[in-house]
Ligand binder design. Structure first.
Ligand code: C2E
Ligand code: MG
Ligand code: MG
Length: 616
């Protein structure tokens, strides 16, 4: 056994006393020994003949054992670990009192068999040094007490020897059996040990109805430590992290080295929020940055499902830039199942929101953005963004986005046929996760080929934060797509954390300025200065720019004044099914919104259009 096992307290206990040493198992086992001892003691005290010793005292000792055993069975799992030492020591004393005071000598000798309970308990649950102390105490009292019954001095040798032998054998066998569950480097449970602990925790949670949370933690950039500083340094980091975390946990919170630089933490009777809080404390306790995924168990779920959900959380934490905790809530499962079915049956809708030209005025449509629409019965209030998140978490996003793209290309072809003079572009949103798949560019090419929609009339919208995830495959896909004529728009621009220098190197053609900037354009306050900067920036980088979320005529006028050429928003049109859009465009002769019916500008907008904007 390695020296490091002697350091961290929780970890040492796990190492020394096997994976069995949980509060629950200890309480049950010691409690059962006590109750058995108490019942047998009372029974034999009632039936044994003789008038030596002190029968009432033995009966009291047996009754005390019975009461103590019951307290352990009921409250033991919630008692601190140290209390079990007191229980074992008290058992030794009670047995000794009973031997000393039993009404006849034969019975007194037979009572010495109870020391074996003490030996088993100590060997099963305590470190070797602590188990040895309990064994020595029991053997000493055994050797001392039997001669007090007018027996020769050697009369205690056999029961003391048996106690010793049982203690040693049980201790060795338990440690051998649990060695397979322990990670030798850190002394924590290994994956096998953790899986076993997880299964028993699920059984317990099923019976008790209590909650159960699971956390997977990965050290960020651990590979770099290994590569640059060597494996020895890597091992030292793992040991230090394991030591630090083990000290912050209670015995019931089982920490494991799940493999490589991944740790798993099982938290019985814990809510998702409490698990997040604890995970944040653990992350703060070490200097090594780490990412974590948290989830909780729902009745009926298997251990592997729980682990894979925590793994999705961990993956998302890394995708979002590492060094953070992400909750992968189990409540989303029914929604994911329903969404899977909807994708399989094609029971999803795609609606289209026009993108209009500001320069040509009057709400002339130059393109449409395809937006997913679906209502869930499991979670009727879920937003489209929420749906996309669930699809990403449950690995449904590729199928979902493929369905939307295919449907949108077919609908756009219909639209184009009706309005041949419009030359509409089709904007479709793409998830960063899908973009990071190696075959993505080819899949898009395949869909374009099968639907006949021209590549140069397709714009794929990807959000800034997803692009910032720095996936080489995603960037390569964007280059391939652009080489084939597809244009790339950075969606929700301004909400992510791209640096300006990065923007210049990203394979992109269009910026879609986030609606929060547009919402800040109000007639009673100066226009946000950043909008002017973005307009100038896009001009110098030769990027087209679309303003999202235009809701008023005033905003449209200010944006036009600032040099924005394209806009999208409720002011012009909400998103509609393709047939409704066709009739809208028919009615407005290719135009949408108030511009389509040549409405008068309100006062503010007229001022803005005349050039005296209240710019800040
Ligand atoms: P987005 O791409 O930025 O889409 C614009 C969102 O703003 C849409 O919300 C749209 O309905 C809403 N919107 C449009 N005009 C206005 C306006 O004037 N004011 C306000 N307040 N909102 C306006 P929606 O449909 O809920 O979509 C939310 C997000 O979900 C989208 O943001 C996009 O990122 C994502 N999304 C939608 N459909 C898909 C899809 O098929 N695949 C993927 N991967 N993501 C999608
Ligand atoms: Mg979009
Ligand atoms: Mg957007």
């Amino acid at each position: 056994m390695r020296g490091i096992g002697a350091r961290g307290d929780t970890r040492t206990r796990v190492r020394a006393a096997s994976a069995l040493a949980t509060a629950m198992v200890m309480a049950r086992t010691t409690g059962a020994f006590y109750v058995m001892g108490g019942v047998l003691g009372l029974l034999i005290t009632a039936v044994a003949p003789g008038d030596e010793g002190n029968r009432p005292l033995v009966a009291i000792a047996a009754a005390v054992a019975l009461v103590l055993g019951s307290t352990l069975l009921v409250w033991g799992p919630r008692m601190p670990h140290g209390i079990h030492h007191a229980y074992v020591a008290i058992a030794t004393v009670l047995i000794t009192v009973a031997i000393h005071s039993f009404p006849n000598t034969t019975g007194a000798i037979s009572l010495a068999a109870f020391y074996v309970f003490v030996a088993c308990d100590a060997a099963l649950f305590f470190r070797w040094s602590q188990a040895a102390a309990h064994l020595a105490f029991a053997m000493l009292l055994c050797l001392l007490v039997l001669p007090t019954r007018d027996l020769p001095w050697w009369s205690g040798l056999i029961p003391a020897g048996v106690t010793f032998g049982v203690g040693v054998v049980v201790g060795i066998l338990t440690r051998m059996a649990s060695e397979a569950d322990i990670d030798v480097l850190t002394g924590l449970l290994n994956r096998r040990g953790f899986d076993r602990a997880l299964n028993s925790a699920i059984e317990l949670a099923t019976r008790s109805g209590q909650g159960l949370a699971l956390v997977l933690v990965d050290l960020d950039r651990f590979q770099k430590i290994n590569d640059h500083l060597g494996h020895r340094a890597g091992d030292a980091v793992l040991q230090r992290v394991a030591d630090t975390w083990a000290k912050l946990l209670t015995p019931d919170q089982r920490l494991a080295r799940y493999g490589g630089d991944a740790f798993a933490l099982l938290l019985p009777n814990t809510t998702e929020q409490a698990a997040i809080l604890l995970t944040e404390q653990l992350r703060a306790a070490v200097t090594t940055g780490c990412s974590a995924g948290v989830t909780s168990w729902q009745p009926g779920e298997s251990g592997s499902l729980l682990v894979s959900r925590a793994d999705v959380g961990l993956y998302r934490a890394k995708q979002a830039g590492r060094n953070r905790t992400v909750l992968e809530s189990s409540r989303q499962l029914p929604l994911a199942v329903e969404l899977r079915e909807a994708i399989d049956t094609g029971a999803l809708d795609v609606h289209y929101q026009p993108i209009v030209s500001l320069t040509e005025g009057g709400g002339k449509a130059v393109g449409v953005e395809a937006l997913l629409r679906w209502s869930s019965s499991a979670q009727p209030d879920v937003t489209t963004e929420g749906l996309i998140r669930v699809a990403e978490e449950y690995d449904l996003i590729s199928d979902l986005d493929e369905l939307v793209l295919r449907r949108a290309c077919a609908d756009a072809a219909r639209l184009q046929d009706t309005f041949a003079q419009l030359d509409l572009t089709l904007n479709v949103n793409v998830s960063g996760l899908e973009l990071a798949e190696s075959g993505y560019a080819d899949r898009v090419a395949g869909i374009l080929a099968s639907t006949g929609w021209p590549a140069d009339q397709l714009v794929l919208e990807v959000t800034e934060s997803e692009l910032a995830a720095e996936s080489q495959t995603a960037i390569a896909n964007l280059h391939t797509l652009r080489d084939r004529g597809v244009r790339i728009a950075i969606d929700d621009f301004g909400t992510g954390y791209s640096s300006l220098s990065r923007l210049a190197t990203l394979p992109s053609d269009i910026l879609k300025v986030d609606q929060s900037f547009v919402a800040a354009i109000r007639s009673d306050s100066p226009a946000p200065p950043l909008l002017g900067v973005i307009a100038a920036l896009s001009k110098s980088l030769d990027l087209q720019v679309i303003a999202e979320g235009v809701e008023t005529e005033y905003q449209a006028a200010v944006l036009t004044e600032l040099g924005f050429a394209l806009a999208q928003g409720y002011h012009y049109s909400d998103s509609h099914p393709v047939s409704a859009l066709i009739s809208d465009l028919n009615e407005g002769q290719g135009r949408v919104g108030p511009g389509a019916s040549d409405r008068e500008l309100d006062d503010d907008s007229r001022h803005a259009a005349n050039g005296w904007l209240p710019l800040g």
